[in-house]
Ligand binder design. Structure first.
Ligand code: UDP
Length: 329
C-alpha cells in the first residue's frame, strides 16, 4: 500500500497522512504545491513539492515510489471565494483533478479516495441528509466537487477506476499531539475564528445571518473531528484494496449545532469571551446541513471517536493556544 497524498500538507491532509503512516505498512508520499499547505505540517513523510497540473512530475513520483493508490485532497475549498472567483475553482478543482486522473490512468493507478463535500447537496430537501438526497449545490465550490464525482463515476464505468468519494460536513478539531491543526490564510471557518477571537488574534467575530429558519436564527452545521475524517480515509483505502466497488459516503457526526451554540461551547471550553456582532448572510450558505453517516458506519464500520462538541473544540483550542500564529511556514 504505497499511497500518494495530494494536498498532504493541508489541514485534513496532514492529519490523514499521520494516521496512514501509523496504520499502514506502506510508503506515504505527500505531494503538495504549497500554495495553501504548510511545510511544517509534514513531519516525517516523503515530501514532493509539485502541482497536480504537472503531469510529468506526478507520473515520475508515482513511478519512483511505486504508488498504488491516491488520496486526493489538493483543491480549493472556500465557499465565499468560489462565488467571487469561480474561474479559479473550476480550473483547480475540475481541470486539475481531471489531469490527475489522466496521469493515474496512464500509470495504471486505479484506486482513489476523493475529498468531496456536503456542499454538493445545496439547500437539502430533507434532513438528515443521506447520500441519495437531491444534489443542487448553492455555490461554485460544491458544483466543482459534484462535477468531479460525476466524472469519476464515468471513469469508473469506462476505465475501471475504483474510487471512494467522502462528502465531508464541517471538519474541525486538531490532533491531540497539538503539533498540527487548522491554519488557513485567510481563515474563514467558524471554530478557528471563534478561538482566535477569544485569543484576541482577530477582529470581532461576524455571525453571518441571524434570520435563518433555525431555532436561534443562525445556520446549523454538523461538525466532525478531523481525526475521525482521517480514520474514514484509512477505511476507504483498505476497502479499495479489498476490492470494494466505487462508492460515495457522507461523513458527519449526525448532530447539528447553530453558530451561536458553537460560540457558546467555545467560550465554555476556553473560559474566554469572543467579541462578536451580527452581520449579513454570507452568499451561498444553506440554512441547515446535517449528515446521516449510516452508510459508511454500515459498509466500512466507521465509528467516530469524537462525538461531544466541547471535546472537539478542546482539541482545536489545544492547537490554537499552543500555536497562536499557526505554523511558522
Ligand atoms: N460563520 C459565521 N461567521 C464566520 C464564519 C462562519 O457565522 O466568521 C458561519 C457560516 O455562515 C456557516 C457556519 O458558520 O453557517 C460554518 O461556516 P464555515 O465557514 O466554518 O464552514 P462551511 O459550512 O462554510 O463549510
Amino acid at each position: 500500500m504505497n499511497i500518494l497524498v495530494t494536498g498532504g500538507a493541508g489541514y485534513i491532509g496532514s492529519h490523514t497522512v499521520r494516521l496512514l503512516e501509523q496504520q499502514t505498512g506502506g510508503r506515504v508520499v505527500v505531494y503538495d504545491n504549497m500554495v495553501t499547505g504548510h511545510r511544517h505540517a509534514v513531519k516525517n513523510s516523503i515530501f514532493v513539492e509539485g502541482d497536480i497540473f504537472d503531469s510529468a512530475r506526478l507520473a515520475d513520483t508515482i513511478k519512483r515510489y511505486d504508488i498504488s493508490s491516491v488520496v486526493h485532497f489538493a483543491a480549493y475549498s472556500l465557499v465565499g471565494v468560489s462565488m467571487v472567483n469561480p474561474r479559479e475553482y473550476y480550473h483547480n478543482n475540475v481541470v486539475g483533478t481531471l489531469n490527475l486522473l489522466d496521469v493515474m490512468l496512464e500509470t495504471g493507478v486505479k484506486k482513489l479516495v476523493f475529498s468531496s463535500t456536503a456542499a454538493v447537496y445545496g439547500e437539502p430537501e430533507s434532513s438528515p441528509i443521506t447520500e441519495d438526497t437531491g444534489k443542487s449545490p448553492t455555490n461554485v465550490y460544491g458544483r466543482t466537487k459534484l462535477i468531479m464525482e460525476n466524472a469519476m463515476a464515468d471513469y469508473s464505468r469506462s476505465y475501471g477506476l475504483n474510487y471512494i468519494a467522502l462528502r465531508y460536513f464541517n471538519a474541525c478539531g486538531a490532533d491531540r499531539a497539538g503539533d498540527i491543526g487548522e491554519d488557513h490564510q485567510p481563515e474563514t471557518h467558524l471554530i478557528p475564528l471563534v478561538l482566535k477571537a477569544c485569543l484576541g488574534k482577530t477582529d470581532k467575530l461576524k455571525i453571518f445571518g441571524d434570520d435563518y429558519p433555525t431555532k436561534d436564527g443562525t445556520c446549523v452545521r454538523d461538525y466532525i473531528h478531523v481525526n475521525d475524517l482521517a480514520q474514514a480515509h484509512l477505511l476507504a483505502l483498505k476497502a479499495l484494496y479489498a476490492g470494494h466497488e466505487s462508492e460515495v459516503y457522507n461523513l458527519g457526526n449526525g448532530n447539528g449545532f447553530t453558530v451561536r451554540e458553537i460560540i457558546e461551547a467555545a467560550e465554555a471550553v476556553t473560559g474566554l469571551t469572543a467579541p462578536k456582532e451580527i452581520a449579513p448572510r454570507r452568499a451561498g450558505d444553506p440554512a441547515v446541513l446535517v449528515a446521516s453517516s449510516e452508510k459508511i458506519r454500515r459498509d466500512l464500520n466507521w465509528q467516530p471517536e469524537y462525538t461531544d462538541i466541547k471535546n472537539i473544540i478542546a482539541t482545536a483550542w489545544n492547537w490554537h493556544k499552543g500555536n497562536p500564529d499557526g505554523f511558522a511556514c
